[in-house]
Design a protein around this ligand. Structure first.
Ligand code: UDP
Length: 494
């Protein structure tokens, strides 16, 4: 194996700390790979990526990895006490994150003692507490990675400034179920017209809406005053107003250097579930643009009623489909019986997996549409592959993303008539929308728009492309203002 470090060499060593959820792990790893690729010819960059795991007992609390002086990217298994996706509320989860602080200090001390000091933290916005504190205490620069849209960050920016609108107004708009279709903001700089129902809400297993808005406010205030820079997985042509305003108005530099849509496998895989590759073989046998890909991401749950309506709609549309039926996706129905029911009614037009290699699916020529919950990663993965979207948003930023997909980028459809506060769609409505997307005139216009956006997204990284220029600026910024380390073989006892 090639040795990448030599005694005395100057380098930048990034410690990457993700927020432990599927939609956050992947963009951080993709960003690290992007940095490594663009650093290749400029100097040395090392990345150490943390992989959280729940310790077995209170004695099992040390990080473990094979230390490679010569690897550009290495991963560290790092204990996260209380780590569980099933915590009673997000507040408990945010609180439990604080306990990684002392482990981070120890790990950084370990690297100091082994001749490869950490020179920069690149950490998820959601881990601002405690990673910003660690960075400040140790005098290390921190770059915050915001894994959602620029528009979502702009919304947080406004709420934290408390002059354009306050969290109280947001809470009032979200909780007024009878005023869901009223306009929340119409002429706020950088944002499109947003309805009350478009605002990010966090009513999932518990209602964590206020908790998350307050947490985001505090995190953003800390980032905007103490981080070295903020990076976004979006690009200027996708969200021109929000990107422009953020880079003009924030106190720290904001770099929109997306889209990073690299397929991750082997040593850099971030998948929390095993991907079922068989669906690619099945897609190979389907006609071009004939398959509707159905996935609701890693956390969204459907009620039994929603599942049944969706199943009827999909079957009655007579389209081919690939459906990700994640275990736990449907309340009250177990995976086996749901998947059997889908297959038995599909007349050989459908394929079901519990987790798909989504990027490979979306880039497959047989896929013609995506029925999606509109998580930001799914949205940009669809854009990068020119696949139009049938939007079925549930919570968090998904409604806002759907607003952009439908009204701003015109590459998707939304259901028009919904019941149960927007969460129940009639099967006939689903069937009609699927047909419009997959075979109607409207669908072909949306597909064309999606293709145009795909083109724009790939031009960003061509010479003089907006993301490439900003990435260059970010790297220059890192080179000039983040103190490099010097490789040394000296070691000390930690
Ligand atoms: N994903 C996947 N296989 C699946 C479903 C989802 O690899 O079967 C990936 C998808 O490519 C995306 C992530 O999981 O990168 C989901 O992130 P997103 O922001 O779309 O939604 P979230 O899971 O955070 O709600």
């Amino acid at each position: 194996m090639a040795t990448h470090t030599t005694e005395g060499e100057r380098y930048l060593h990034v410690l990457a700390v993700p927020f432990p959820a599927q939609g956050h792990l992947t963009p951080l790893m993709r960003f690290c790979k992007l940095l490594l690729k663009h650093y290749q010819n400029r100097g040395s960059l090392r990345v150490t990526f943390l992989d959280f795991y729940p310790p077995n007992d209170s004695a099992d609390h040390s990080f473990s990895f094979k230390f490679h002086h010569d690897r550009l990217l290495q991963r560290v298994r790092f204990p996260f006490p209380n780590f569980s996706q099933q915590l009673p509320s997000l507040q408990t989860f945010f609180d439990s994150l604080l306990c990684i602080e002392s482990g981070l200090h120890q790990l950084i001390q370990f690297f100091n003692c082994h001749g490869l000091p950490v020179t920069c933290l690149v950490t998820d916005f959601m881990t601002t507490f405690p990673t910003q504190d660690v960075a400040d205490k140790l005098g290390i620069s921190r770059i915050a990675l915001f894994t959602l849209s620029a528009s979502r960050l702009l919304l947080i920016n406004y709420a934290s400034q408390n002059d354009t609108f306050s969290i109280e107004q947001v809470m009032d708009a979200i909780n007024s179920t009878e005023r869901r279709d009223e306009v929340f903001c119409d002429s706020v700089p950088g944002l499109p017209r947003l309805l009350n129902k478009d605002l990010p809400q966090f009513k999932h297993i518990t209602d964590d809406t206020r908790t998350v808005w307050e947490f985001a406010n505090r995190s953003w205030k800390a980032c905007n005053s103490r981080a070295h820079a903020v990076v976004l997985n979006t690009f200027e042509e996708l969200e021109p107003s929000a990107c422009g305003l953020l880079s003009d108005d924030c106190d720290v530099p904001v770099y929109d250097v997306g889209l990073w849509i690299e397929s991750l496998s082997g040593d850099t895989s971030t998948s929390m579930r095993e991907e079922d590759e068989r669906c690619i073989g099945w897609l190979d046998q389907q006609p071009t643009s004939s398959v509707l890909y159905i996935s609701f991401g890693s956390t969204t749950m459907l009620s039994k009623g929603q599942f049944e309506a969706l199943l009827h709609g999909v079957i009655d549309s007579k389209q081919r489909f690939l459906w990700v039926l994640r275990p736990g996706l449907i309340d009250d129905i177990d995976y086996c019986s749901a998947s059997k029911e889908i297959i038995s009614r599909s007349e050989n037009r459908g394929f079901v997996v519990d987790w798909a290699p989504q990027l490979r699916v979306l880039s497959h020529s047989s896929v013609g549409g995506f029925l999606s919950h509109c998580g930001w990663n799914s949205t940009i993965e669809s854009i990068a592959n020119g696949v139009p979207i049938l939007c079925w948003p549930y919570f968090a930023d998904q409604h806002m993303n759907a607003r952009f997909i439908v009204d701003e980028w015109r590459m998707g459809l939304q259901f028009k008539h919904t019941g149960e506060g927007g969460y129940l769609v009639e099967s006939y409505e689903i069937e009609t929308a699927i047909r419009s997307l997959m075979e109607g005139k409207e669908g072909s216009i949306l597909r064309k728009n999606a293709h145009a956006l795909k083109q724009k997204s790939s031009q960003c990284f061509e010479s003089s492309g907006s993301s490439l220029l900003k990435l260059d600026a970010l790297i220059k910024d890192m080179e000039t203002s983040i103190q490099c380390g010097t490789v040394s073989s000296s070691s000390c006892k930690s």
